[in-house]
Design a protein around this ligand. Structure first.
Ligand SMILES: NC(=O)c1ccc[n+]([C@@H]2O[C@H](COP(=O)([O-])OP(=O)(O)OC[C@H]3O[C@@H](n4cnc5c(N)ncnc54)[C@H](OP(=O)(O)O)[C@@H]3O)[C@@H](O)[C@H]2O)c1
Length: 353
């Protein structure tokens, strides 16, 4: 067994012990106080809103997209596999009569695909109320995206960074718009190392290290985007959410490892359904009480399960210098610049270009 697998087993063992305790405590105590029970019944009418959910064919994204469609939103399922997207679309349409749902191709591991999606979307729609940056991969072996980015960082962070940048003008012209970035409890293990941001050549790579870094990046990006929105007095906010532990397809890249196969039933027992896991994302996306920069997660023990409440991410996720550096590195790597922020900031300061 190599060093990376040993570390992964260790990480999973510690995680499972935590989960078992969490489950035990949850079963003894419902987790949330009565006034904290926020469910899909709290979702307001979304008629007239245009919403994009990335990775909407599966897990959290599917659940969130379906519930927003149920409330009348025109919901775009942005998926890398159109076949899978079609299945999701048909499921939603069979469940919700008249649902305004459509599918569009989006591969976040391809800057070309992201640009194609943004072009198609902005040609067809003149507003974007909610962008849910949900899609993600976890614990993949070392690999690179089409553009040479380490896959987890490239997909989970850089893909969404570029997508948001290409859609920012639509977001800014839509009253009360939101960007929701889906992070993870795993951000707490993330370390930003700008000297080896993408584990060049596999150097220092570990599956969980790269995943945690990408999820920390989701939060740094949220903070910096929110700061920039405030700097130009935008009527748009950036928020974050995490689903706790939810039984989805996310663990597919470690599914074949022997210890994961053995632990699978235990994992299913200890985590919550995708429908519950989607509630923090939904709350961040639609609750009128949500404010820019906030982070929502399950209210139960260790934020693993339960109904969504306002939670706190760690200090590293609010590191201003890291957020700024990540922003400029992400602009350089993707070639997507959020020019509107510089232009409008300069205008407010009376600077003419
Ligand atoms: N489940 C949990 O316990 C948990 C915990 C913490 C955080 N999260 C976060 O929740 C989010 C959703 O994950 P999930 O649990 O719902 O997992 P999931 O069921 O595996 O869904 C992930 C979605 O992302 C899509 N995706 C992956 N790579 C993509 C790419 N290159 N371009 C476009 N879409 C891509 C997948 O498409 P395919 O179906 O085609 O692969 C799928 O639709 C992720 O950001 C994850 O990090 C989940």
């Amino acid at each position: 067994m190599n060093k990376s697998n040993k570390a992964l087993i260790g990480g999973i063992a510690v995680g499972l012990a935590g989960l078992a305790i969490a489950r035990y405590v949850r079963d003894c105590n419902s987790g949330n106080k009565a006034e904290e029970i926020w469910t899909t019944a709290n979702i307001p009418d979304l008629t007239g809103k245009v919403i994009v959910v990335t990775g909407a064919n599966s897990g959290i994204g599917y659940e969130a997209a379906r519930e927003m469609a149920r409330k009348g939103a025109r919901t775009i399922l942005a998926c890398r596999s159109l076949d899978k997207a079609r299945v999701a679309l048909e499921q939603i349409q069979s469940e919700i009569a008249g649902a305004q749902v459509e599918i569009m191709g989006l591969d976040l591991a391809s800057q070309q695909s992201i640009r194609r999606f943004a072009y198609e979307f902005t040609s067809r729609y003149d507003r974007l109320d909610i962008l849910v940056n949900n899609a993600g991969i976890m614990w993949t072996p070392y690999s690179k995206t089409e553009d040479g980015f380490e896959s987890q960082f490239g997909t989970n962070h850089l893909g969404h960074f570029a997508l948001t940048g290409l859609l920012i003008n639509h977001l800014l012209k839509t009253p009360g718009s939101r960007v929701v970035n889906v992070s993870s409890i795993g951000h707490r293990n993330g370390i930003m190392d700008f000297d080896n941001l993408m584990f060049e050549g596999g150097n220092g790579y570990s599956r969980h290290g790269a995943y945690s870094r990408s999820k920390l990046a989701n939060l740094l990006f949220t903070d910096e985007l929110e700061r920039r929105c405030r700097a130009i007095n935008a009527d748009a906010i950036a928020v974050a959410a995490h689903p706790g532990g939810s039984n989805t397809n996310l663990s597919r890249h470690v599914e074949n490892l022997w210890f994961v196969r053995i632990l699978r039933p235990l994992l299913e027992w200890m985590t919550q359904s995708p429908a519950m896991g989607a509630l923090p994302t939904l709350r961040a996306a639609v609750d009128p009480a949500v404010r820019g920069g906030q982070y929502y997660g399950p209210g139960g023990f260790m934020e693993m399960t339960g109904y969504p409440i306002l939670v706190q991410s760690n200090a590293a996720s609010h590191n201003l210098a890291d957020a700024r550096q990540l922003w400029s590195v992400s602009e350089e790597l993707t070639g997507v610049t959020f020019e509107v922020f510089d232009e409008r900031t300069n205008k407010y300061q009376g600077v003419t270009r």
